[in-house]
Design a protein around this ligand. Structure first.
Ligand SMILES: [Mg+2]
Length: 401
C-alpha cells in the first residue's frame, strides 16, 4: 500500500467513523422522539411510585376543582362563556354562589357517597352484616337535609342526625341540586332495573367516584357504582355510567394506564343488560380522542353532559386528550352543557390517574372544602384496608347505619 492509498484509506475510515457517529446520534434522537411519542400515545404514563393516598386525594380534590371551575358556567352557552370570560373561556376559578372556588351539588353528593361507603364498612366490621347501597342511601338522606329539608320531615330516617360530615356547615348550601336526586330521595330506595323512574341525568355518575377508591375487585366496583346511582336514577344509562366510572377509578388506583383501564371497563360494561347506549357514547369519545383536539366544538359533538352517558363521554374525551390536569379540566368545563358535572368527573379521573400533586397548587389550595375531600380520602383508605375492629373514635365519626 502506497502513501497515497494509505492517506485515502485513512480519510475513508474517518468519513465512515463520522458517518457512523452521525447515524448513532440520529438513532439516539429518533429513539428519544419515539419514547416521548410513545409516552404521549400511552398517556397516561404508568406511575407505579404513586401511593394510593395520593391517587385518592387527587380523585376527590380533583373532582372538587373541576366542579368549582365549571360551576360559574353551568348554565351558560359557549357563546355566553366566551363573551363573559374571553375567547379562551374560563381559565381560573370565577365567582359563583357568592364566592370564588365554590363547589356545587356534584361534590357535596360525592362527599356523602364517600361517607356512606365508610359507614357501610364500619357497620360490616361491627355487625358482620352490611351493604354499600343500603347505608349510602341514608348518607344521601343526610345530604337531602343539607339542602334544606328538616331531618324530622324525612320519614325514612328514624335514626339521629349523626356523624361528622353532616355537621360541616360549608355543605349546607343549595348549589343547583338535580331534581331527580331531590325528588327520588323523598321515596323508597331505587335499585338497578327496578324502574324507580326513567331518569338518566348525570346525577348518578357525578357522585360515583369514591366507590372506585375502596373496591376489592373491579367487577364489584362496577356493581356497587351501579347500585349507588340506581338509588335515585332508574334508567340503565343513568346507573351504568356510574358503574363505569367506579370501575375506571378502581383500575387507575392500581396504576393502570387509562387506555387499558377503558378497555377492561368496556368489557365489563358489555356484560350488563341495556348497556349499548353507554357503550356507544364511550366508543365515540375514545374514537374522537384519537384524532381530535379538545376544543369546545369537539367537546360539544359528544353532547352536553346533562345525561349520564354524555357526561361520562365528555370526561373520557377530555381525560384522554389532556396535556396536564389544568388543560383537561378546563376543556371539560368550557362548553355549553353541564360544565360542573363534566368538570367534576374529569377531575376525578385525572386526579386518580396522576395523583394529588398533579393538581396545580393555585387550584388545589383555593377550592372550597378541600380539607373535607382530603379527610374523606384518608378515611376511605384507612377504613377499607384490613379487617381490624373499628375504634370508638371511628364509630363516632362514622356510625354504622
Ligand atoms: Mg352541580
Amino acid at each position: 500500500m502506497g502513501p497515497a492509498m494509505a492517506a485515502e484509506t485513512a480519510t475513508a475510515l474517518k468519513a465512515r467513523r463520522m458517518a457512523a457517529g452521525k447515524k448513532a446520534a440520529e438513532t439516539k434522537a429518533r429513539m428519544k422522539r419515539e419514547a416521548i411519542a410513545t409516552a404521549k400515545a400511552h398517556h397516561p404514563t404508568r406511575l407505579p411510585e404513586l401511593q394510593p393516598l395520593q391517587r385518592a386525594r387527587g380523585c376527590l380534590v380533583g373532582g372538587a376543582v373541576g366542579d368549582a371551575l365549571g360551576g360559574p358556567v353551568e348554565f351558560l352557552s359557549l357563546a355566553a362563556i366566551r363573551s363573559r370570560f374571553g375567547p379562551q373561556g374560563v381559565t381560573k376559578f370565577e365567582e359563583a354562589y357568592g364566592q370564588v372556588g365554590a363547589i356545587t351539588d356534584d361534590t357535596q353528593m360525592t362527599f356523602f357517597t364517600a361517607e356512606g361507603l365508610i359507614r357501610a364498612i364500619v357497620r360490616g366490621r361491627e355487625r358482620g352484616l352490611s351493604n354499600f347501597e343500603g347505608v349510602t342511601y341514608y348518607a344521601y338522606l343526610r345530604w337531602l337535609h343539607t339542602q334544606g329539608v328538616p331531618w324530622d320531615r324525612i320519614p325514612q330516617c328514624s335514626g339521629e342526625l349523626d356523624g361528622w360530615l353532616v355537621g360541616e356547615k360549608a355543605l349546607h348550601h343549595r348549589r343547583a341540586p338535580g331534581n331527580t336526586c331531590l325528588s327520588s330521595l323523598a321515596g323508597p330506595m331505587g335499585e338497578p332495573y327496578q324502574k324507580l323512574n326513567n331518569s338518566k341525568g348525570c346525577g348518578g355518575v357525578m357522585r360515583a367516584a369514591p366507590v372506585g377508591l375502596i373496591a376489592r375487585s373491579y367487577g364489584s366496583a362496577f356493581h356497587t357504582g351501579c347500585q349507588i346511582a340506581a338509588i335515585t336514577h332508574g334508567h340503565p344509562s343513568g346507573f351504568l355510567a356510574a358503574g363505569y366510572l367506579a370501575m375506571l377509578i378502581a383500575e387507575l388506583m392500581d396504576g393502570a394506564r387509562l387506555q387499558d383501564a377503558l378497555d377492561r371497563t368496556d368489557a365489563v360494561l358489555s356484560q350488563w343488560r341495556e348497556y349499548e347506549e353507554v357503550a356507544e357514547a364511550v366508543r365515540r369519545a375514545r374514537r374522537a380522542a384519537g384524532s381530535q383536539r379538545p376544543t369546545p366544538e369537539n367537546v360539544e359533538r359528544l353532547g352536553e353532559g346533562w345525561v349520564a352517558e354524555e357526561a361520562l363521554a365528555i370526561a373520557i374525551f377530555c381525560s384522554l386528550t389532556a396535556d396536564d390536569f389544568r388543560s383537561g379540566v378546563l376543556a371539560a368545563v368550557n362548553h355549553g352543557g353541564d360544565s360542573d358535572s363534566t368538570g367534576a368527573i374529569t377531575g376525578n379521573i385525572l386526579g386518580a390517574l396522576w395523583g394529588y400533586e398533579a393538581i396545580p397548587a393555585d387550584l388545589a389550595q383555593q377550592v372550597e372544602a378541600r380539607e373535607i375531600a382530603e379527610t374523606l380520602a384518608r378515611d376511605l383508605l384507612e377504613l377499607s384496608a384490613g379487617n381490624d375492629r373499628v375504634q370508638p373514635r371511628q364509630i363516632e365519626r362514622y356510625p354504622g347505619w
